[in-house]
Design a protein around this ligand. Structure first.
Ligand SMILES: [Zn+2]
Length: 192
């Protein structure tokens, strides 16, 4: 599983994700650094359904253990939306690992926002989000449209892309729709 996660995070699709979201920057080489750390064991990969049950999550990054935590062995990559979805979760958690590497102190809303930008960007790279014919819930559309616009600027050659104020607002709106992120707070990362 370690190898699968490292190869996902050093894949071409992930290397195209490069952006600045307010105080959080998530660049191609940051994902590569996380992949290297997973390979070397500086970042651990653990399966701990109890931990995830307690936080009601599918995947997590634990900054104290410097570990990715999953509820079960992941089926990554592949063609099915489920396995692409699981890969997208890994990309999301990798953003938290990137902020931890920088020992950043960043508001929960901005760090989660950056993580969701990366999640959606990865799904756009995999071609599983079609905005012209979207089955996505209406509430998700501002998030999808904001990330689609950011990715298009990257394709036009602007790398890294900076999220505009209205893109930040759309993404943070999505984050705040989730009860678990509604309480204001700061992630005080401690480095690895
Ligand atoms: Zn998160």
């Amino acid at each position: 599983m370690k190898t699968a996660i490292a190869s996902l995070l050093s894949s071409t699709e992930v290397s195209r994700i490069s952006f600045v979201f307010g105080p959080v920057s998530v660049l191609s080489h940051d994902f590569a650094a996380v992949a290297t750390a997973v390979r070397s064991g500086d970042l651990a990969v653990e399966i701990d359904p109890g931990f995830l049950g307690a936080i009601d999550g599918t995947a997590a990054y634990d900054q104290d253990l410097n570990a990715f935590v999953f509820s079960s062995a992941l089926q990554l990559g592949g063609d099915s939306l489920t396995s692409i979805g699981m890969s997208a979760f890994v990309v999301h958690e990798a953003v938290h690992a990137i902020s931890d590497r920088k020992a950043a102190a960043v508001s929960i809303q901005m760090d989660e926002g950056a993580a969701y930008v990366a999640t959606v960007w990865y799904m756009l790279e995999r071609g599983v989000v079609d905005l012209s014919n979207s089955d996505a819930p209406e509430a998700d559309r501002p998030l999808l449209e904001a990330v689609d616009a950011m990715r298009k600027r990257a394709l036009d050659g602007t790398v890294p892309v900076s999220a505009t104020d209205s893109e930040v607002k759309a993404v943070v709106g999505y984050v705040l729709n989730q009860p678990r992120y509604r309480t204001p707070g700061v992630y005080e990362y401690n480095g690895w």
